[in-house]
Design a binder for this molecule. Structure first.
Ligand SMILES: C[S@@+](CC[C@H](N)C(=O)[O-])C[C@H]1O[C@@H](n2cnc3c(N)ncnc32)[C@H](O)[C@@H]1O
Ligand code: SF4
Length: 230
């Protein structure tokens, strides 16, 4: 089949007998590293206020909400920030809601519709159903979401109970992006992924059977103990 014009071997990987080493040979780090320079706390406040006072560039916009908590630190991941503690998560959600309510009134947020919302992390499934509902209600009430706004819940299968799926869907999420990484239980356990293959498949079946949202999963290639077969 001919390759789609937007796809290139740099994106899809080179066909090579040694894909673990050579498929993405041009990529030297897992994440974009453009040498960011952190702002001082004083600069952060002034910069945020200046940006929120301006309408910003024309074009479609998205809002990203970071949920910086995880139950475990997976061996391959540089995103881990805080261990999930219920009291800390509740404080964070309260602060986030206050922040959304205040910031939503700014010229920047009200300038144009927001076409996509992401909850990422970290692990948004470590929120309780009640916290998911409160955050979703606040976002829909205060932000100028477009009619066709795509709302994505990025997370993992661990802790994605029936109640949390229902809370996400009621809150308006219409897309789930979940990290599976591998369905091999042995490899999963070696990198501190908690759940077994069976749990993943059962949760995935349940979510898909609701037929209420797009569901995509991440898979990782090149994990320790992983072979081409697995
Ligand atoms: C930051 S995680 C958040 C989702 C969720 N906590 C999870 O465990 O799947 C988002 C995704 O980033 C990807 N990721 C994390 N570390 C990576 C790495 N070293 N290389 C490639 N992708 C990575 C994984 O696919 C992961 O699912
Ligand atoms: S749960 Fe997700 S964000 Fe947290 S350490 Fe694992 S991959 Fe990274």
């Amino acid at each position: 089949m001919p390759m789609h014009p937007l796809l290139s071997p740099e994106m899809t990987g080179y066909s090579t007998p040694d894909p673990l080493r050579l498929a993405f040979s041009g990529k030297t780090s897992a994440h974009v590293n453009n040498r960011p320079r952190p702002l001082t706390p004083e600069q952060q406040v002034a910069t945020w206020q200046r940006l929120m006072a301006e309408p910003g560039e024309a074009g479609k916009r998205l809002a990203y909400f970071h949920i910086p908590f995880c139950r475990t630190h997976c061996s391959y991941c540089g995103f881990f920030q805080n261990a999930s503690k219920p009291g800390l998560i509740e404080q964070y959600v309260d602060a986030l809601i206050r922040d959304i309510e205040i910031t939503a009134a700014s010229p920047h947020i009200q300038a144009r519709p927001i076409h996509a919302v992401y909850f990422g992390g970290g692990t948004p499934t470590d929120l309780t159903p009640e916290q998911i509902t409160r955050l979703g209600d606040t976002i829909r009430q205060h932000l100028p979401l477009s009619n066709d706004c795509e709302m994505t819940f990025e997370s993992r299968f661990s802790g994605l109970s029936d109640e949390k799926m229902a809370a996400c869907i009621d809150a308006g999420f219409n897309r789930f992006s979940l990290g599976a990484q591998t369905f091999d239980t042995f490899i999963r356990r070696k990198m501190s992924r908690i759940d077994t293959r069976e749990v993943l498949l059962e949760r995935l079946d349940q979510l898909v059977s609701l037929d209420q949202a797009a569901v995509v999963i991440d898979l990782l290639f090149g994990l320790p103990y992983q072979t081409l077969d697995t």
